[in-house]
Design a protein around this ligand. Structure first.
Ligand code: AMP
Length: 186
């Protein structure tokens, strides 16, 4: 696959990619995007710098937009769990850039900053929630975020999350997810 068009990504996404100067998919994108557009689960191994974020973000955005469901109050349709706040911000920025010509609601939650803006950002429900585990569990515990309607779950930097001792938190999050969902481990 040497073009985003051949990967059957919708025109508003292709336009956003042209804005960013992306000319052709990277190998991980060419491999992962067709599988993810079909709704299959995926275990992807790729290092940072290989275009991993777009490999999952592009098909997720397309799936959410095509699905035409609306996020319910305090619910997320897609959750990306990532180990650090810097990564959470970067991933959220990528989703915003790729989805700039589409209606996509987003929120980012991580610890070390006040909760109120994050609670507000989730109140109406969001298409994409990018989160670090601790703060997510905190907000879930207080009923500010619900994952029972989740459509897509992404565990980013899964290996690093395990190294950092996040397994108990990840298990708690997984326990809240509906059985019927798409799951991606990177
Ligand atoms: P990542 O591996 O997701 O951290 O992405 C590494 C960098 O590559 C980021 O700055 C992306 O904006 C950029 N990038 C991702 N996909 C492409 C592509 N197909 N063409 C050019 N740059 C890309």
């Amino acid at each position: 696959m040497n073009s985003f068009k051949e990967l059957r990504l919708m025109e508003p996404i292709q336009r956003a990619l042209r804005d960013l100067g992306y000319q052709s998919p990277t190998p991980i994108q060419a491999q992962a995007i067709p599988i993810l557009l079909k709704g299959s689960d995926l275990l992807g191994c790729a290092q940072t710098g290989t275009g991993k974020t777009a490999a999952f973000a592009l098909p997720i955005i397309q799936g959410l937009v095509r699905g035409q469901r609306r996020a319910k109050k305090r619910c997320a349709r897609c959750l990306v769990l990532t180990p650090t706040r810097e990564l959470a911000q970067q991933i959220a920025d990528s989703f915003r850039a790729y989805g700039r010509y589409l209606r996509l609601s987003m929120a980012v939650v991580y610890g070390g900053v006040g909760q109120t803006p994050q609670v507000k950002a989730c109140a109406r429900g969001v298409d994409v929630l990018v989160a670090t585990p601790g703060r997510l569990l905190d907000l879930m515990g207080h009923g500010h975020i619900r994952l029972d309607r989740l459509e897509v779950f992404v565990l980013d930097e899964a290996d690093r999350m395990l190294d950092m001792g996040f397994l108990p938190d990840i298990k708690k999050v997984l326990a809240q997810l509906p059985a019927q969902r798409q799951t991606l481990f990177f």
